[in-house]
Design a protein around this ligand. Structure first.
Ligand SMILES: [Fe+2]
Length: 285
C-alpha cells in the first residue's frame, strides 16, 4: 500500500511533484455552454483534477445558475450527491447568510470566517464526501475570499519533513466528532477515524480534517497533539500549493474534496453573497 511501501510512496511523490499546479492561471477552464461541455473542456477539468485535485471554471451569465451547475457537474460524473440538511433540488445547497434559527447555527450560513477543513469530515465512512463544487452567483460586498490546498500535497510535505507526523495522523482513531443530537434524537452518530487514509474504493490518499476546536476530539496522545500542531502550522503558512481566489459571479471550483477555508465577509443587504455548493460521494476522474 502507498503509505507503507517506500518505493510506491516515492514513485507517487515524484509524479505528484512533477505534475502539481502552482499557478492559478493555469487552472481556469472557460466553459462556453454549461449545458453541453466540449470534450476539450471536459478533458481539461479532469486532467487538472488528476494532477492537483481541483479546477476553476468560468461560465457566461445564465438565467438559472442552479440548472447550469447541476448540468456541468452531471457531465463530469458528479451525480451521486449528499442529501445534506439544507440541500435543495438537484443536490445543491445555497450557501448564504440565514436568519433561520436552525440554519444560522451552522457557520457556513453566517458571514464568519471558516477555518481549514475538508467537507463532510463528520460523515460516516459510507457517506464519505469525495468531491464538491462551489459556484459563485453573487460575491460579498467585501471579503469572502476562498483558499484551498490539495490534501495529498499536505501529506507529501508533512511526510518529507517528519515521518512520525503522518504516522500519527493515520492512526485509525486519530479524530472523533461526537454525535449530533437534536431534542434528544441522534441526527448523526459519532464519527471516529484517521486524518489521512487510503480511501479503499478509489485507492486514493484522502483526508478528513477540520481546524474547528468545538466538538472535535483528537486522540489523547502527545504524538497526535504534536502532529496536529505540525499540520496546522503547515496549513497556516503559504506554500507553492496554497491557492487563494475571490470568486466572481459565474466562477466555480470543482474538486476532489480539497482542504479549504473562507474568510469573513460583509454583505450588501440587498444583494447578499450566494454560493451554490454540491457534495458528492464519487470523485472527478
Ligand atoms: Fe466546506
Amino acid at each position: 500500500m502507498l503509505l507503507d511501501n517506500l518505493d510506491d510512496y516515492r514513485y507517487w511523490r515524484d509524479k505528484k511533484l512533477a505534475n502539481a499546479p502552482t499557478q492559478l492561471s493555469d487552472c481556469i477552464v472557460e466553459i462556453q455552454n454549461p449545458f453541453k461541455l466540449s470534450n476539450a473542456e471536459k478533458n481539461k477539468i479532469t486532467s487538472l483534477c488528476q494532477k492537483g485535485n481541483f479546477a476553476l471554471f468560468q461560465i457566461q451569465p445564465v438565467d438559472q445558475y442552479d440548472e447550469a451547475i447541476i448540468s456541468v457537474n452531471t457531465q463530469l460524473g458528479l451525480k451521486d450527491f449528499d442529501q445534506h440538511l439544507f440541500v435543495k433540488t438537484g443536490g445543491l445547497a445555497h450557501i448564504t447568510q440565514s436568519d433561520k434559527k436552525d440554519q444560522g447555527e451552522f457557520i457556513p450560513y453566517t458571514d464568519k470566517n471558516l477555518g481549514w477543513h475538508t467537507d463532510g469530515y463528520y460523515n460516516a465512512i459510507e457517506q464519505r464526501i469525495r468531491a464538491f463544487s462551489l459556484f459563485c452567483v453573487e460575491p460579498a460586498a467585501q471579503g469572502g475570499v476562498n483558499e484551498w490546498v490539495d490534501p495529498q500535497m499536505m501529506y507529501l510535505l508533512l511526510r518529507e519533513d517528519n515521518l512520525d507526523v503522518v504516522k500519527a495522523l493515520t492512526h485509525p482513531e486519530a479524530m472523533s466528532i461526537p454525535e449530533h443530537k437534536v431534542d434528544g434524537k441522534v441526527r448523526r452518530a459519532t464519527s471516529t477515524g484517521p486524518v489521512f487514509f487510503i480511501d479503499e474504493p478509489t485507492n486514493e490518499l484522502s483526508m478528513r480534517y477540520t481546524q474547528r476546536k468545538k466538538n472535535i476530539d483528537f486522540l489523547d496522545s502527545l504524538e497526535i497533539k504534536q502532529a496536529v500542531e505540525h499540520l496546522d502550522a503547515l496549513l497556516n503558512t503559504t506554500t507553492d500549493y496554497h491557492f487563494e481566489h475571490l470568486m466572481q459571479t459565474g466562477q466555480g471550483l470543482l474538486c476532489n474534496n480539497v482542504l479549504h477555508k473562507r474568510n469573513a465577509f460583509t454583505d450588501d443587504k440587498d444583494n447578499p453573497r450566494l454560493l451554490l455548493r454540491g457534495r458528492y460521494f464519487n470523485r472527478i476522474e
